[in-house]
Design a protein around this ligand. Structure first.
Ligand SMILES: Cc1cc2nc3c(=O)[nH]c(=O)nc-3n(C[C@H](O)[C@H](O)[C@H](O)COP(=O)(O)OP(=O)(O)OC[C@H]3O[C@@H](n4cnc5c(N)ncnc54)[C@H](O)[C@@H]3O)c2cc1C
Length: 301
């Protein structure tokens, strides 16, 4: 919940917002007074986000928004949305990012999704029915820049998820190592069996590789101005997201395996981690989408 609010929920304003938008919104986000969500995905536009259908039609000094956003993290608790809608023609160039206060007439929320994991954060549909949003709420004030803003936000978000993956892998490995030291079978701690050690060793090596990658890419990301997007850095961000989220999936699987039957039981933390980490390979661009970004940039370069 915290990561989304100071991350994808509000980063678009930090990166591309006008000085007034920054002054109005960011201090309230930083203090926790205002919770923000990032609303890009729709029922028919997931991986292909540039095909989004939510309309924003100009009417005087307002835009009228109509459409449905899906799986929006924090939406049931959000005070405002960074929301992408179509102000122009088809494709990415027709998309604008809006700051949409959650209490505007015409906004309703779907029922809260029942998720496999990450249940501490709530997601649901956001339905817009003739919602009037001031034209001044377009992030940066210029229509047609919204898809670029969304992609810049996701670059940073993907790096964040890569780091989260390493943190979760570290915890899972600590849990598995502690259990391997305590649990006895065949008269000795299971940690003395080399097949158990191999699982721990594989996880440790992959975790260190992931963490080294995250730090390297984060340094490159921080070396450029936040509002500038660099395809080479984006490619590396996708490598980090791809590798680290897949890595923590393998670490979680081994974590359960080291625990034996106990790993399947909710009393042991690895059971929850196993479910929680599954989402990391899906949102903010699936593994396949990261692979496409990497492949496309290699060929372009
Ligand atoms: C719990 C949760 C929270 C979320 N929070 C947010 C949020 O806060 N804001 C937001 O905007 N969205 C959010 N999402 C949406 C999330 O980003 C999308 O679910 C994700 O991008 C995938 O889109 P999709 O579900 O439509 O899958 P699809 O795009 O339908 O993909 C289905 C499968 O097809 C594959 N695929 C698609 N296109 C290609 C291709 N060209 N080549 C190869 N394979 C392909 C995918 O990799 C995947 O395996 C959230 C989702 C969940 C589950």
């Amino acid at each position: 919940m915290f990561g989304t609010n100071v991350g994808i929920g509000s980063q678009g304003i930090l990166m591309d917002g006008t000085p007034e938008q920054k002054r109005d919104i960011l201090p309230r986000v930083a203090s926790g007074e205002l919770i923000m969500s990032f609303a890009l995905t729709e029922p028919d536009a997931g991986s292909d986000a540039a095909s989004l259908k939510t309309r924003a039609d100009l009417d005087g000094d307002h835009y009228v928004l109509n459409g449905t956003k899906r799986y929006i993290t924090n939406a049931p608790r959000a005070g405002a949305f960074t929301l992408m809608a179509r102000t122009g023609g088809p494709g990415a160039a027709g998309v604008s990012s809006f700051i949409v206060p959650a209490n505007l007439p015409g906004i309703t929320l779907g029922k809260t999704d029942k998720k496999m994991g990450q249940r501490g954060t709530k997601t649901c549909d956001v339905i817009l029915d003739n919602v009037r949003v001031p034209a001044a709420n377009i992030i940066g004030g210029v229509p047609g820049q919204g898809f670029k803003t969304a992609m810049k936000v996701l670059d940073r978000g993907r790096l964040h998820i890569s780091a989260v993956s390493c943190g979760m892998a570290q915890r899972i490995l600590e849990e598995a190592t502690a259990y391997a030291g305590e649990r006895k079978q065949f008269g000795k701690a299971i940690g003395e069996f080399q097949l158990i050690q191999a699982m721990l060793a594989d996880s440790q090596a992959e975790l260190l590789a992931g963490w080294a990658l995250v730090q390297d890419v984060a340094k490159r990301f921080d070396a450029k101005p936040a509002h500038v997007s660099d395809p080479e850095v984006s490619m590396r961000v996708s490598c980090a997201k791809f590798f680290c989220t897949e890595m923590v999936g393998r670490v979680a699987d081994r974590g359960v395996q080291v625990h034996g039957g106990a790993g399947y039981i909710n009393e042991y933390p690895v059971e929850r981690f196993y479910r929680d980490v599954r989402l990391l390979r899906l949102y903010e661009g699936t593994t396949q989408i990261q692979q496409l970004i990497i492949g496309r940039e290699l060929l372009r370069a």
